[in-house]
Design a protein around this ligand. Structure first.
Ligand SMILES: C[S@@+](CC[C@H](N)C(=O)[O-])C[C@H]1O[C@@H](n2cnc3c(N)ncnc32)[C@H](O)[C@@H]1O
Length: 339
C-alpha cells in the first residue's frame, strides 16, 4: 500500500519552500514545483507521474511541520502563516487534471490519491462508523429523516444517505465510501478535467451510482442538501488562494447550505489542525449569530440564521512519524454536525 512519501530524514521540513502564486508562470514552472516529495497512488502512477505532481503534504500544508498532538488534541494550537500558492488557483487544477486525464486515456491511471491511500481508507471507514454512532444516538442530535437499519449481519443500510464530496478530484473517495455501503453519491469539482477524469473512471468500472458535476463550491449551483458532505484537501486548496482568508469564510457559508439539517460535514486537512478547524467553525457560528441579531436581514435569508455547526469528533488514529526529534502527523479529519 502506498501513502504519503515523507521527506528524507535530514531534510529541513520547516524551511521547505512552497511554490507561490508568483511562481505560477508556465507548465515548466509547474513541473519544477512538482519535483519535491510526492504522494504515490496505488491506482497507478509511473515514476514520471510522481515527479510531475506536487506533494500534498508539502505544498498543501505550506511546509509547516507540527507535532502530532496539534492535529488531534484539544489544546490550543497556534495558527500557521499560510502563504498563497499555485494550488489555490483553478488554472493549476485545470492544468493538473488535463495531464491526469491524458494519462488516464494513455495508461489507465487514476491519478493522485491526496494524502495517500491509507488516509483515504481511514476517512471512509471512520466516517461510516461516525454515521452509525450518530444514527444510534451516541452523538446527540440525530440526523433528521435519515433511515439507517441494522441488517442481520449488523451492517447498516445507508441507502437513505445522500453524500456529497466537494472538490472531488478523481472521485476516489466516493468509491471508498461506496465500499462502506453508501450508494447515493455526488462529487463536485470546479475543474472540468477533474470531473472528466472522475466520470471516466466511474464509467470504466461500471459505477453507475455516482454523479459528477462541474461546480464551484464557493458559488454552488446545487440546490439539493446532503446528509453527509465530505471535503478532503479542498478547503486546504481554497485557503491557498491569494484571497484565501476571505474565500475560507465564503466556503463555510456555502458548505453550510449544502449540509442538510442534522447532517454531517467531514473535513480532512493537512493545512489546519483539528483545533484550528474547530476554531474556524466557531468563528463561522459567531458570524451567523451576529447576523441573526441584525434586524436588517431580509426575510428570505432568515432561514440561514440557524446554519451553524457543532464539532462532534475527529480521527485519532492517523499514523505518525518521527522527524527532527518530534513525533509528527500531517493530516487531521474533523466532523461537524449541522444544526
Ligand atoms: C487537494 S485536491 C483534493 C482532491 C480530492 N478531494 C482528493 O482527496 O483526492 C483539491 C481539489 O479541490 C478542487 N477545488 C479547489 N477549489 C474548488 C472550488 N472552489 N470548488 C470546487 N472544487 C475546488 C480542486 O480542483 C481539486 O480537485
Amino acid at each position: 500500500m502506498a501513502g504519503i512519501r515523507w521527506p528524507p530524514e535530514d531534510a529541513e521540513v520547516s524551511h521547505a519552500r512552497v511554490p507561490t502564486t508568483a511562481d505560477l508562470i508556465s507548465d515548466d514552472d509547474r513541473s519544477v514545483a512538482a519535483d519535491s516529495w510526492s504522494i504515490k497512488s496505488d491506482y497507478g502512477s509511473t515514476l514520471d507521474d510522481e515527479q510531475r505532481h506536487v506533494d500534498a503534504s508539502d505544498a498543501l500544508s505550506t511546509g509547516t511541520f507540527r507535532a502530532a498532538s496539534d492535529y488531534s488534541s484539544d489544546k490550543e494550537a497556534p495558527d500557521a502563516e499560510v502563504e498563497p500558492s499555485m494550488l489555490g488557483l483553478q488554472s493549476y487544477w485545470d492544468a493538473t487534471y488535463a495531464d491526469e486525464l491524458a494519462n488516464f486515456h494513455e495508461h489507465g491511471h487514476a491519478g493522485e490519491v491526496w494524502f495517500g491511500v491509507e488516509v483515504m481508507e481511514i476517512v471512509a471507514s471512520w466516517t461510516k462508523n461516525l454515521c452509525i454512532d450518530v444514527v444510534q444516538g451516541c452523538v446527540r442530535n440525530l440526523v433528521d429523516g435519515v433511515g439507517s437499519q441494522s441488517s442481520e449481519q449488523g451492517a447498516y443500510d445507508f441507502s437513505g444517505w445522500s453524500v456529497l464530496d466537494v472538490g472531488t478530484g478523481n472521485g476516489l473517495l466516493l468509491r471508498e465510501l461506496a465500499k462502506q455501503g453508501f450508494s447515493d453519491l455526488t462529487g463536485i469539482d470546479y475543474s472540468e478535467g477533474a470531473i472528466g477524469l472522475a466520470r471516466s473512471l466511474a464509467d470504466r468500472d461500471g459505477l453507475t451510482n455516482m454523479n459528477f458535476l462541474v461546480d464551484d463550491v464557493l458559488e454552488t449551483k446545487l440546490e439539493k442538501q446532503f446528509q453527509l458532505v465530505m471535503d478532503k484537501g479542498t478547503l486546504d486548496a481554497i485557503g491557498l488562494h491569494p484571497d484565501g482568508p476571505i474565500k475560507r469564510m465564503s466556503y463555510w457559508d456555502s458548505v453550510s447550505r449544502l449540509v442538510a439539517p442534522g447532517g454531517i460535514l467531514v473535513v480532512t486537512s493537512c493545512n489546519s489542525t483539528k483545533d484550528e478547524l474547530v476554531q474556524e467553525v466557531e468563528n463561522f457560528n459567531q458570524r451567523r449569530l451576529t447576523g441573526s441579531q441584525n434586524p436588517e436581514i431580509p426575510k428570505d435569508q432568515e432561514a440561514c440564521r440557524d446554519l451553524t455547526f457543532r464539532y462532534i469528533n475527529h480521527v485519532r488514529s492517523y499514523p505518525t512519524f518521527m522527524f527532527g526529534g518530534s513525533e509528527g502527523s500531517r493530516v487531521s479529519t474533523v466532523a461537524f454536525l449541522r444544526s
